[in-house]
Design a protein around this ligand. Structure first.
Ligand SMILES: Nc1nc2c(ncn2[C@@H]2O[C@H](COP(=O)(O)OP(=O)(O)OP(=O)(O)O)[C@@H](O)[C@H]2O)c(=O)[nH]1
Ligand SMILES: [Mg+2]
Length: 433
């Protein structure tokens, strides 16, 4: 097998499941229960990827060992336990360096992967559309490129060996050239698909749109089904059920129609290559008038998941969009103190259950209000340049009561609140809650 073929780290569906052990370092400032929760999530990821987890091991350390991530005694212990339990795979919760992977594989005799490789593998299996497939492959190649170098560097140094040298080239150079060419080709393909997407997007322009975003498995697709009265968005109690954005029309009581987009879920440490190559998919959310940030109130780490989601939104330049926080799965929360605390921390948020249909009507009304009704009037003082900018934005914005005073213009800016807020941001002015 050459190094490119070995990229598929877990078998494809139907080839049987693998058996894995999980491992993590507990840093000096992280409580053990948080690490355990992260490992629960890693176990869910492993399950989604097709591996049964038979054990986990953690080690308190000031920082990971540079060569082997865990200390050498712990590596021996892990090897012993993995072999006893019949595991063939070790999954580490943090990203490993190529050197750590190589050392660990040598020392344990087992296959070693990290969280990023696992997430990439799941995306690779889940990708169904041409666009998703290209996006995942691009992310995978970029992830493996530096590892490829390290994988071959010890062999390349020998200048030879049967099978490791092309005509005048080392195998490493051949591999890198192939990967680089493929990356270029995939980028071009994505660009083309992106243009087609833009054309489709343009045809929807003018219809108010909301986008569902949030941590994976919080119930975005279930909510899409509940709000649109359909059942066709794919829902599963596994991570990353949705990779491609789905559009549904939602009708309100008053007969108004708006569009709702379902998007790919986020996760702690989403590999940045994935965010980068899924940018055009995620950009669907950029065209939305309102972002509906869905959180799972029944998850012990929901506050952390909210922070992680906000991080990715920021990476995508979406942090300034008008956002509505929605806590889902309230049917699964028995402790009223959890609801009270969430309400205190997030006074603007709504609380719903997509599965039980609880307070879905309220969410629809608030969305309608944000998208259609909520007008905002703001009195401003602007410079002539800022006035020009406002004129350029145009659209649904109205500029009323203009009065000039010694080079400054006083006016009232009026329009749907999301648009007024966006205009204020464009001018670099503060936005009112
Ligand atoms: N109890 C309960 N379960 C829910 C609720 N909403 C969704 N679920 C369950 O949560 C799981 C995930 O739901 P999805 O709608 O696939 O979640 P998602 O956010 O689209 O997930 P990804 O596409 O993987 O990011 C499924 O098993 C749903 O049945 C809810 O209100 N209450
Ligand atoms: Mg989904």
């Amino acid at each position: 097998m050459n190094s490119l073929e070995s990229m598929q780290v877990l078998p494809t569906e139907g080839e049987g499941r693998e058996t894995a052990m999980l491992a993590a370092v507990v840093g000096p400032t992280t409580p053990v229960w948080v690490v355990e929760d992260h490992l629960d999530e890693l176990e869910a990821l492993a399950d989604t990827a097709g591996a049964d987890v038979v054990g986990r091991m953690t080690q308190p350390r000031m920082k990971p060992n540079v060569a082997t991530y865990l200390g050498s005694g712990k590596v021996s212990e892990l090897t012993h336990e993995a072999k006893n339990k019949g595991a063939n795979l070790l999954i580490f919760d943090e990203d490993l360096t190529p050197v750590q992977v190589r050392n660990l594989e040598q020392k344990t005799g087992l296959k070693v992967i990290d969280r990023s490789a696992l997430i990439l593998d799941i995306f690779a299996r889940r990708a169904r559309t041409a666009e998703a497939k290209v996006q995942v492959e691009l992310a995978q190649l970029q992830y493996y490129m530096p590892r490829l170098t390290k994988m071959w560097s010890h062999l390349a140094g020998q200048q030879g060996g049967i099978g490791f040298r092309g005509p005048g080239e080392t195998q490493l150079e051949v591999d890198r050239r192939i990967v680089t060419q493929r990356i270029t080709m995939l980028r071009k393909k994505l660009e083309k698909i992106g243009q087609q997407r833009e054309t489709r997007r343009r045809s929807r322009r003018g219809t108010p749109t909301a986008a569902l975003v949030g941590y994976t498995n919080v119930g975005k697709s279930t909510l899409l089904n509940a709000l649109s009265g359909t059942k066709d968005a794919f829902v599963e109690n596994r991570l990353f059920a949705t990779l491609d954005p789905k559009w549904r029309q939602v009708g309100s009581e008053s007969g108004r129609q708006f569009l709702l987009i379902d998007t790919v879920g986020f996760i702690r440490k989403l590999p940045h290559h994935l965010v980068a190559s899924f940018r055009s998919t995620l950009e669907e959310a950029q065209t939305a008038d309102v972002i509906v940030h869905v959180a799972d109130l029944s998850h012990p780490l929901f506050e952390d998941q909210i922070v992680q989601t906000e991080k990715v939104l920021k990476e995508l330049g979406l942090e300034e969009k008008p956002t509505l926080l929605v806590f889902n799965k309230i049917d699964q929360v028995d402790n009223p103190a959890i609801v009270d605390k969430a309400r205190q921390n997030h006074p603007e948020a709504l609380f719903v259950s997509a599965v039980k249909g609880m307070r879905i009507w309220e969410l629809r009304d608030v969305l309608e209000e944000r998208l259609f009704v909520s007008k905002s009037d703001v009195d401003l003082e602007v410079t002539p340049d800022q006035l020009k900018l406002l004129d350029q934005i145009g659209g649904s914005l109205e500029l009323r009561n203009k009065q000039w005073h010694e080079g400054v213009i006083q006016l009232t800016l009026s329009g749907p609140k999301p648009d007024v807020d966006n205009a204020l941001r464009t001018l670099g002015m503060p936005v009112r809650a």
